[in-house]
Design a protein around this ligand. Structure first.
Ligand SMILES: Nc1ncnc2c1ncn2[C@@H]1O[C@H](COP(=O)(O)OP(=O)(O)OP(=O)(O)O)[C@@H](O)[C@H]1O
Ligand SMILES: [Mg+2]
Length: 376
């Protein structure tokens, strides 16, 4: 019996849970050449969804360009990744490839094998240019590229908020905005998980991208569809998972696709013929153990006050983190310090304010923090 659940990115060939509405919404937006800001907490399935939307668009004649800006460290890298993504998608069509080579004169493509797509291109900056000249040249070149032919395009900028980490971020925002509004045959998806930072780019009057795209919030997976999906996958692989147990998996993971997959993976390993409450418990402990190094790293990067606040809110979600009683109960120190910590942790998307009050965004991190504090 093979474990049907995935710890890594979901290949296009394996079953996808729900997301029919989101798929058709995004396909429609691309068809209307409407720009979208797609946001959600981390590991909600944004990238997996975009890949499937792109697969569908490609089958219907739109050329999908996917660019991941995770960990970007310079403005030239912005252009290099941009051109690299274009080369990677057009290389099979000689005329388009030649067109790309003609417009991106300062960027030299290098071919390498890619586990997902067969071949991919990285790009080297052939001629170094001062300041933002390379970016302007690249975007202008892309404009030329778009002009020729009647093909339609969709460009997805994944982890788009990462550009705000660059010292030239203002210039990039301004330049990108001015070049991305000129063409009728392309739509842009701005995708990211640090929600505050991403949405501020589009909702702040003073920023270039103000109101230039529709906000689209990816929700958690719904309980009923998830339970059906899980029961089906367990059954196909020889295990009986009762609906109430599958529903509990969804609830523990709070609808997070990543944790639904991972928790189910460990539960599958921990169970014999039937999935029981005991295997659910074992699976959860196994997953918490597995996540520990990552959670430790997340904590290590924080200041003591930020850590204290995370523990406090994991233990006691609150509408009033600044109330004297709350500060005292959790020994959080001064009001100013807590205000600064909340701001930082919100930017990192570790904390969020919901109608029920402030909570830790990640449900398994919450679980882990509670368990760790109880043991200390
Ligand atoms: N609809 C779905 N059905 C089943 N599993 C899913 C679904 N969407 C996502 N997943 C699972 O969740 C994991 C995380 O998805 P993905 O990497 O697409 O999320 P993300 O929002 O892009 O995350 P990050 O913020 O880390 O970039 C995937 O590895 C996949 O196994
Ligand atoms: Mg992603």
């Amino acid at each position: 019996m093979k474990n049907p659940f995935h710890l890594k990115a979901l290949p296009l060939s394996v079953p996808f849970c729900d997301r029919e509405k989101e798929m058709s919404d995004l396909i429609r937006y691309a068809g209307n050449f409407t720009n979208i800001v797609l946001s959600s907490p981390r590991r909600y399935g944004k990238t997996s969804l975009i890949k499937r939307v792109h697969d569908n668009l490609a089958k219907h004649g739109t050329i999908p360009i996917y660019i991941d800006y995770f960990g970007i460290s310079s403005i030239d890298e912005f252009s290099a990744r941009f051109a690299g993504a274009i080369y990677s998608v057009v290389y099979k069509e000689k005329s388009l490839f030649e067109k790309a080579a003609k417009v991106f004169t300062s960027l030299r493509p290098i071919l390498r094998p890619d586990p997902e797509t067969g071949m991919a291109f990285t790009v080297e900056v052939a001629k170094s240019k001062p300041g933002g000249q390379l970016l302007e040249e690249t975007l202008k070149g892309f404009g030329e590229f778009l002009k020729s032919g009647k093909i339609s395009y969709n460009v997805a900028f994944d982890e788009f908020q990462e550009i705000t980490e660059l010292k030239e971020s203002k210039f990039i925002e301004g330049t990108l905005r001015s070049y991305t509004q000129d063409h009728q045959n392309v739509s842009y998806f701005f995708v990211g998980s640090r929600r505050r930072i991403l949405t501020d780019m589009f909702n702040d009057k003073k920023r270039p991208f103000y109101k230039s795209a529709i906000n689209y919030v990816l929700p958690a997976l719904p309980a009923e569809d998830t339970a059906k999906y899980l029961v089906g996958l367990f059954a196909e692989n020889g295990k009986n998972c009762p609906v109430p147990v599958a529903t509990r998996i969804h609830a523990l993971a709070e609808g997070y696709p990543y944790y639904i997959q991972k928790l189910s993976y460990f539960i599958f390993e921990a169970s014999k013929g039937s999935v029981t409450e005991a295997s659910l418990h074992d699976g959860l402990q196994q997953m918490l153990l597995e996540e520990t190094p990552l959670f430790e790293i997340m904590l290590q990067a924080l200041r003591p006050r930020q850590i204290a606040l995370l523990y406090a809110i994991a233990k006691e979600a609150t509408k009033m983190p600044f109330a004297a009683a709350y500060l005292n109960r959790h020994r959080l120190g001064s009001l100013g310090g807590v205000q600064a910590a909340i701001k930082k942790l919100t930017e990192m998307d570790y904390l969020e304010k919901t109608p029920d009050g402030w909570k830790v965004v990640d449900p398994i991190f919450t679980h882990w923090l509670r368990q760790k504090e109880a043991m200390e």
